[in-house]
Structure formats: C-alpha cells, structure tokens
Write a protein that binds this ligand. Structure first.
Ligand SMILES: [Fe+2]
Length: 309
C-alpha cells in the first residue's frame, strides 16, 4: 500500500519513543524496539480463526521446511484444504507448519490503519526515512517452526505478537549475501534462501523476540529464525524506499546482463548515477520479461488436513 496521511480512529503511540541510539541504528544495524500492536486484540485465536476463514486462497501460503544436520532447508508447500479457520489454527499449533497470509495490509481492513499509524510514528521521528510502499504478511507458525537462512529484497520490520522466537542476523557483505545471490532472488530464479554454513553463526547478532518487541535490520542482511516456545504470531512489514527500489532494480538489470555474458561491476563500486541507469533499464527488461519466473510453479505438495508433521 502507499503510505498515506494517518487518519481515523487509531490508537496513538503504537511505537513508543526511541532513544537517540535507536534512531541512529535504524536501517544501519539490527535493532529492536517496543510496539503495542498486540493490544488491538486482532491476533487472538478467535480473531485469527475468523481471518483464516475469509482469507483469499491465492494469498494463503502453507510451508514446511525440512532441515538436514547442517541446517540446509528443503521447502514443501501446501494448500489449506477444506478445513475451517479454527482447525487450521490447531494444525499450525501442533506441528512444524508455517502459514503466511500475504498482502495483509490490503486484505485486513481492521489492521490496515494500525500498520499505517505505526509507520507514520516511525517516519515522524526519522527525517531521512521516506517509505513509498508497505506490504504486510501475517505469519502464524508452530512452536517448532524454523525459517532458513535467507534475505529479503525490501526493508523489513518484524512486529512480534505471540510466542517466543530467536532470530540470527548476519552481515549484508559479499561473504554472507553475495551480489549474485541477490540478483537470483530478484530474478526469481530461487526462493530467498541462500547457502548457509553453521560457522556463519559466529558473526551473527542474535535476538530473542517476545510479544511487544519488533526488530528491523539493514537492507539485504540475511537472517534465520527458530521458534522457541508456543504458537507464534508475527506481522512482517516490508518497506520500499526510493533507495531500495533503485538498488533492487540495479541488481535485477545486472542479473540479466550477467546471464548474457556482459561485464557487471561490484555494486559497492557502482555510483548512484549508474545505479539509476540500471534501475531504468530494469523497468524495460521487466516489461519484456526476459527471464522465466521459476517460483510461480513451485509444487503444492500437501494439504493441511492430510499433513504429517
Ligand atoms: Fe525474512
């Protein structure tokens, strides 16, 4: 959604004031902050079951990740089957399943103004932060669920509501987030998972998230998550700024050029004017869709009412 002026009957102070350090760290380093979104009552069982009952099938992802001893993940995706919302909730609570309701900012009328208000408050305290687009995902996950090492193209604020989870956040450098990896993600040649080795954990910053805590990190910083306890509910809000749009467009164009055997410079050595040129080229490339999207046809390999977790 486009960020609009905040209006209507929303609670003020959803994101209590930040310290000078928090303001300085935002988007520069991993940082946590307090939030009050859970006080809306929108994340209790009854409200979630009703939401699951009415949520559009095409925006409803169900995933199970199988992990080997080295922590490498294999993704199985499913469909919700014919279960009512309260039984879907029970299915999530009982296993390793991870349900993702995409585009929640556009499909949850009651939550939408609170997302707008929370970002309005953050924006008001950071003169350099100008998000131009927000997309939300409501993530419901089992006590034993894990999300493998991956990176997201937009910026992310993860607002945690229920349960406890631990997140490892890694540097967004060439060793942990190779430039070609981000090109592949943007060209949708792979899901957002990246090669991971256990020894990378030595450089990770680790945070335990409890209800009422939110976390954010620098753009493209890889991360992985392990739930620690209880049924977990989190709202993940992706934000794009003009800076992230231009950078991601430049990575997209570079990915196409690389596939054509053309030289590609390191992004760290690519000045802003050249990035803007690459971003403009990416818009034309997307229009003629040069790369087949391999993610769309991911197998839907199980139904929730038949799943063995
Ligand atoms: Fe993520």
């Amino acid at each position: 959604m486009k960020l609009e002026a905040v209006s209507g009957p929303v609670e003020p102070n959803l994101v209590p004031a930040w310290t000078t350090d928090q303001c300085a760290q935002f988007r520069k380093a991993p940082m946590t902050f307090a939030h009050r979104l859970a006080e809306t009552g929108l994340f209790e069982d009854e409200a979630l079951a009703a939401l699951l009952d009415r949520y559009p099938d095409e925006l409803f992802d169900i995933n199970i990740y199988d992990f080997d001893d080295e922590g490498q993940a294999r993704l199985r995706t499913g469909v919700r089957g014919r279960l009512p919302g309260d039984q879907v909730l029970e299915g999530i609570k009982g296993g390793r399943v991870w349900v993702n309701l995409r585009r929640i900012e556009a499909n949850h009328e009651a939550l939408r103004p609170f997302i707008q208000a929370a970002f309005g408050e953050i924006k008001a305290r950071l003169p350099d932060f100008n998000p131009v687009q927000l997309n939300g995902q409501l993530i419901l996950s089992a006590p034993q669920a894990k999300v493998p090492f991956h990176a997201d193209p937009p910026g992310v604020c993860l607002f945690h509501m229920r349960g406890r989870k631990r997140i490892w956040i890694y540097p967004a450098d060439e060793e942990h987030m190779p430039q070609t990896g981000m090109e592949d993600i943007l060209l949708k040649q792979q899901t957002e998972e990246l090669p991971y080795r256990r020894d990378m954990d030595r450089v990770a910053e680790v945070f335990d998230l409890s209800p009422g805590i939110a976390i954010t990190w620098p753009l493209h910083a890889p991360h992985r998550i392990e739930n620690q306890e209880g049924f977990n509910v989190s709202l993940s809000v992706d934000f794009q700024t003009w800076g992230s749009r231009i950078l991601n467009g430049a990575h997209y164009a570079n990915g196409i050029l690389r596939r054509k055997g053309l030289p590609v410079a390191a992004m760290s050595a690519t000045p802003m004017a050249a990035r803007v040129g690459l971003w403009a080229a990416s818009l034309a490339m997307k229009r003629i869709s040069l790369v087949e999207d391999k993610i769309v046809n991911l197998d839907r390999s199980f139904e929730l009412d038949g799943v063995k977790t």
